[in-house]
Design a protein around this ligand. Structure first.
Ligand code: ADP
Ligand code: MG
Length: 291
């Protein structure tokens, strides 16, 4: 019933797009993220178990699963914010299970993040919000002197890229949700990230805007070769915009495959009550905390 987790082959280019890197390069590309046998437990209660994940340059991977299935925890484990109790996690050349403090900061500066609530500073201008992305470069900027002209130019170019350069001087709070998420994406790009993690980035947007934000994330993956991991709870959006789908239920990875090869039935298992299928769900799904 559940889809067997296939060993993930080096990816082919996304459908309907012309990647800047050639197919041959993609095939030989090393994954920027490589997770094997990941287990995360809070108070000895497993919330992720035996999870494998690869992210290759240029691809957008959808992370699916019901609320509480472990999507955010999986993302946190990629930036050292989740207690990994077994398995290996490699991100952009860093081994997260064996990482010094300084290296952890370096790693976080290489991971661009986008959140459901945008997490902008509402009263600051759009441009300044984007500029704060440069602060992730581990103390590279002396704030007493302000941001450099080069930083400002880059921030403006990124705003242009995401289609809202004309809003640069407006306070972030004056923008619509879709525009705010574009600012957040520009801010993530300001970091020059090697990967992008987007945790439910379109959950607060209406469907039309949701599509355009996902289209932007896909463009970034393809044009910049930056892999994007995006958690979604709307299946049609995952089908339309992702190259691959990884599906969690009760902390276990029940689905992993190319989006084009997964049927609706393959994905339905993610939204069945875990209690109805104890064998597939395992212990993680049964150990509930009082919510
Ligand atoms: N800091 C934490 N302490 C204890 N339990 C947590 C913590 N973070 C997440 N969990 C639990 O882990 C499970 C997965 O949560 P989460 O990763 O947020 O799921 P999702 O993002 O798919 O909704 C949930 O049961 C949640 O209650
Ligand atoms: Mg979540």
């Amino acid at each position: 019933m559940s889809v067997v987790a296939q060993p993930v082959a080096p990816v082919a280019p996304p459908v309907n797009t012309a990647p800047r890197i050639s197919t041959a390069e993609l095939r030989t590309a090393l994954p920027l993220v490589s997770v094997r046998g990941l287990r995360v437990a809070y108070d000895e209660r497993p919330v992720l178990d035996a999870v494998d994940l690869d992210l290759f340059p240029g691809e957008i991977v959808a992370l699916l699963g019901a609320s509480g299935s472990g999507k955010s925890t999986l993302m946190k484990s990629l930036t050292g914010f989740a207690p990994v109790s077994a398995g290996s996690v490699r991100v952009a050349g860093h081994d997260l299970t064996n990482l010094g403090r300084g290296e952890l900061r370096g790693l976080r500066s290489e991971v661009g993040q986008v959140f459901q609530q945008f997490n902008l500073i509402p009263r600051l201008s759009v441009l300044t919000n984007v500029l704060t992305g440069a602060l992730h470069g581990a103390g590279a900027i002396n704030l007493v002197g302000g941001f450099s002209t080069a930083h400002r130019q880059r921030a403006l170019a990124l705003l242009d890229r995401v289609g809202i350069a004309h809003k640069a001087k407006d306070p972030a709070r004056s923008l619509s949700g879709g525009q705010q998420q574009r600012v957040a994406i520009a801010r993530a790009l300001m970091q020059r990230p090697r990967i992008i993690l987007a945790d439910e980035p379109v959950a607060s947007l209406d469907p039309k805007l949701a599509g355009s934000v996902l289209e932007l994330l896909r463009e970034i993956a393809v044009e910049d070769g930056i892999p994007v991991l995006v958690s979604l709870h709307v299946l049609p959006l995952a089908r339309e915009y992702s190259d691959r789908i990884v599906g969690l239920r009760g902390g276990e990875m029940l689905v992993s495959g190319r989006t084009s090869s997964l049927s609706a039935g393959d994905l339905a298992v993610l939204y069945e009550s875990a209690d109805e299928d104890p064998d597939a769900a395992g212990e993680a799904a049964h150990a509930h905390h009082d919510a």
